[in-house]
Design a protein. Structure first.
Length: 127
């Protein structure tokens, strides 16, 4: 049975990015539960334990990465230091403000597997 500490919630609306991140993490010993939207991610956070969260910043729908970050701060404080944000939209002023104010590790898309695993291991620990 997989311990919750090794289970990462991946909140990402792009199927190709989800597949890439899932494959990289699973090859390195993590288990991945994915959510295709911020709202789905919040629902999963409300029902299960996770060792960490990786969330895209900009997603369609009412709930984005900033909302997920705020929800975690308010409702799952044990995950505050166990979150990574990813985005390809670093020129957006809202994205820049979130990254500047959150203190959350950030990976800019596109990224290499080595970069992802390095940040995941330093943020969540090795599986």
């Amino acid at each position: 049975m997989t311990k919750p500490a090794n289970v990462i919630l991946l909140i990402e609306d792009e199927p190709s990015v989800t597949a890439f991140v899932r494959a990289a993490l699973e090859r390195n010993g993590y288990s991945v539960v994915s959510a295709a939207s911020g709202a789905e991610g919040l629902a999963r956070l409300g029902e299960s334990a996770f060792g960490g969260v990786i969330s895209d910043v900009r997603m369609p729908g009412a709930v984005n990465g900033a909302d997920v970050h705020e929800w975690i701060r308010a409702n799952r404080p044990e995950l505050r230091e166990r979150m990574i944000l990813i985005s390809g939209d670093t020129a957006n002023s809202k994205t820049q403000a979130l990254l500047a104010n959150s203190g959350v590790p950030f990976i800019e898309k596109p990224f290499r597997v080595e970069k992802l695993i390095s940040v995941v291991e330093s943020t969540f620990g090795k599986p």
